[in-house]
Design a protein around this ligand. Structure first.
Ligand SMILES: Nc1nc2c(c(=O)[nH]1)N[C@H]1C(S)=C(S)[C@@H](COP(=O)(O)O)O[C@H]1N2
Ligand SMILES: [Mo]
Length: 257
């Protein structure tokens, strides 16, 4: 499953190359030019198949208005990590909490919540879709992951960001929840590390003090209770090796909606 986006990108690079673009980076401009739709149009079916695929990874998730907010944003999965260290941090209002960022970065370091709040943020009202069959619209504010990555400097070999969480998924305290996304999604404008939900500090049941929002993917990708980010080249040696807790149980790694 983890290979699907790569092979799709390779295919799209070839399509873009055939159309005379040096790289996918030129596609947004390409699609605005007058000849590009005509070229695809002349290829008949290509138009509907290739266009959304080419612009796909950069497309924005739909954003909503305050009037669309769900009355409550329910909690799913862990609502309180069964982890003494986490519970002590929560009792202290997360004053001693830090987010560690390491792996394939130039400057590994830890960030306090205040430091993260000092980086450029984004506020967005989006719809969360859970595979269990419910959706909710919430307003999220958080640090843009792209800026955080610029601060630590991503080494060229890095391909994924792995999100390590505080909540153990086994009763014996092992198997912390974890997730991962590739650098395209990590750099997406709407990918944020959220510390606010609906204008208030992120509640514990929704992942306090910090959780991932990677809009355009399903709910299980939105890792809560973040403790550590790790830049990696592959998932080898990380828990089940499939890039996420639910992925290790057979869920799709790329959970696009
Ligand atoms: N750490 C952690 N992150 C998690 C989960 C979890 O159990 N633990 N559940 C996932 C699932 S399946 C969903 S739908 C959302 C639920 O987010 P919410 O509790 O804010 O509704 O968080 C995701 N992130
Ligand atoms: Mo979910």
């Amino acid at each position: 499953m983890a290979d699907a986006p790569q092979s799709r990108r390779r295919f799209l690079s070839r399509v873009a190359g055939a159309l005379g673009a040096a790289a996918l980076g030129g596609c947004e401009k390409l699609s605005e030019s007058s000849w590009f739709p005509k070229v695809l149009g002349s290829a008949e079916k290509l138009n509907s198949v290739v266009m959304p695929a080419i612009t796909g990874r950069r497309a924005m998730a739909q954003e909503f208005t305050e009037a669309d907010l769900s009355p409550t944003f329910r909690s799913n999965g862990t609502a309180l990590p069964a982890n003494d260290v986490y519970q002590a941090l929560a009792a202290g209002g997360f004053a001693d909490w830090k987010l560690e960022v390491g792996g394939l970065v130039d400057h590994p370091r830890a960030f306090t919540l205040e430091e993260l709040k000092g980086l450029p943020s984004r506020t967005q009202i989006t719809r969360h879709d859970c595979v269990e069959g419910w959706s909710a619209i919430g307003k999220w504010k958080g640090t843009r992951l792209s800026h955080l990555l610029d601060v630590v400097g991503v080494k060229p070999a890095a391909r994924y960001v792995v999100f390590h969480c505080a909540d153990p998924m086994e009763p014996d305290g092992t198997s912390p929840y974890y997730e991962s996304i590739d650098l395209d999604d990590a750099r997406h404008e709407q990918t944020i590390l959220a510390y606010e939900l609906n204008g208030a500090a992120l509640p514990v049941q929704n992942g306090a003090p910090l959780r991932l929002r990677v809009e355009r993917q399903l709910g299980y990708k939105m890792a809560k209770y973040l403790l550590r980010l790790e830049l990696v080249e592959s998932f080898a040696g990380i828990q089940g090796g499939k890039g996420g807790y639910w992925e290790d149980q057979g869920y799709q790694w790329y959970a696009g909606i």
